[in-house]
Design a protein around this ligand. Structure first.
Ligand code: UD1
Length: 416
């Protein structure tokens, strides 16, 4: 199994270009099925999740071409088929085929989605949404069969502002009869990106980015085109890295507006940085202040940035706390951080970090995608050579991570 070898302690300088958002792209590929013939998605990141989604598109008889991150999808001969479990289990986002196949064929057959093991992650809100639109859902063991004679717009209130449920209901409702209103919708930028794509296909959607989204269903959608928005989680990860070990490190092609909660928290920690329209320039901070973090839905502090931020807080001068409110089990990576020398205590969903602690290299196991990012940052600041095992999880979400880090002076490589 390949490992990541990281030699810590090198200051990082130069530019890092941010890729298209994983969480947008993984919704936009399934969304392309809503088009009668053609669609185009620009700025698609080269990550493992996209490779698997393309395999699912092949199963559904879609043709596609990808050149320089531009993906053209031809759905003229789209056919419905059960999504093979060995593909759907590779990632969370396979659940978006529920919404799009339901919209196109009034039937979807797919196993429970995969994704990082960071909590129970039920999909009951997705199911309730489909049922409200008129679908009947049968669950046989791990398999979901979702069928509808017809889909009719409905008024849906989400008990929790779930990203996945909001997008899935938007996708299904886009070809339903009449109007759907989603109340307590999630407001993440990725939802706006997907709505922009649907609008480009001719779908009438308003309110994306707010808590109330209105969708007018249409019989025919086509010629969708969209540029995947910058990955705010990737951008935040590298900005935090800059605060730990940067020297005028410039993180480019990001959207500053999507980073407000993270940038505000960095300022609270006494970390300074320069912002331009779509870049952040940041250097190593020699006195990081402790802080308290509560993860929230957007525009609050993102749960996906909690792990890399904890690596930063291991270097802060005092005691910090992190309350994880989105997932029940998102501190597994702190066991690996401890092997490097960090001092943390986990009590259910509260983590206490005692800083500052010097970190020294070790052999570590990556438990999940963002936990893996936290360990990469830790390896970059630790003394000695750190080895990370189970790195396919990191490659699921960070495009060209080794190349990007090598280009700014990190000593990092994949070894067999
Ligand atoms: C998406 C992101 C993920 C991010 C998360 C929160 C993708 C592919 N993944 O995941 O990176 O961490 O948003 O920002 O975009 N829940 C239920 N029932 C449901 C749906 C969700 O109880 O039907 C719970 C989940 O168990 C979890 C919480 O709600 O505890 C958040 O889930 P949700 O916002 O749906 O996240 P995902 O779409 O899975």
């Amino acid at each position: 199994m390949p490992k990541l070898k990281i030699e810590g302690g090198n200051l990082l300088t130069g530019n890092i270009q941010i890729s298209g958002s994983k969480n947008s792209a993984v919704a936009l590929l399934p969304a392309a099925l809503l088009c009668d013939t053609k669609s185009k998605i620009l700025n698609v990141p080269k990550i493992r999740d996209i490779e698997y989604l393309l395999k699912i598109l092949e199963v559904l008889n879609c043709k596609y071409e990808i050149n320089n991150q531009e993906l053209e999808i031809d759905t003229t001969n789209l056919k419905n088929a059960p999504i093979p479990e060995n593909l759907s289990e590779q990632m969370r986002a396979s659940y978006y085929f529920m919404g799009t196949l339901l919209a196109r064929f009034h039937r979807a057959e797919i196993s429970f989605p995969g994704g990082c093991v960071i909590g129970a992650r039920p999909i009951d809100l997705h199911i309730k949404g489909f049922e409200a639109l008129g679908a009947k859902v049968t669950i046989i063991k791990n398999k979901y069969i979702i069928e509808a004679e017809e889909l009719k717009g409905a008024h849906i209130h989400l008990d929790f502002a779930s990203v996945g449920a909001t997008i899935n209901i938007m996708l299904a409702a886009s070809r339903a009869q009449g109007q759907t209103i989603i109340e307590n919708a999630a407001r993440e930028p990725e939802i706006v990106n997907v709505a922009e794509f649907l609008i480009s296909t001719g779908c009438n959607i308003t309110g994306a980015g707010s808590s109330t989204i209105k969708i007018e269903g249409s019989n025919s959608l086509d010629n969708g085109i969209i540029k995947v928005c910058p990955d705010r989680i990737e951008a935040s990860t590298y900005i935090i890295m800059g605060a730990l070990i940067g020297k005028n490190l410039c993180i480019k092609d990001l959207n500053i507006k999507h980073l407000e909660a993270v940038l505000k928290k960095l300022s609270e920690c006494g970390i300074s940085y320069e912002t331009k329209e779509n870049e952040v320039i940041i250097s190593k901070c020699n006195k990081i202040l402790p802080t308290t973090i509560v993860t929230e839905t957007y525009p609050g502090f993102p749960t996906d940035i909690q792990p890399p931020f904890v690596t930063l807080l291991t270097q802060s001068e005092g005691i910090s706390t992190v309350l994880e409110t989105i997932y029940e089990s998102r501190f597994k990576y702190t066991e690996s951080l401890k092997l490097l020398g960090s001092k943390t205590i986990t009590e259910q969903n509260l983590l206490t970090i005692y800083g500052p602690t010097p970190l020294a290299s070790n052999n570590l196991y990556v438990p999940d995608l963002r936990g893996g990012a936290a360990l990469v940052l830790a390896g970059l600041i630790a003394t000695g050579t750190t080895y990370l095992d189970n790195i396919s999880l990191i490659l699921r979400g960070y495009e060209d991570i080794v190349e990007k880090l090598t280009n700014v002076g990190a000593k990092i490589e994949i070894i067999e």
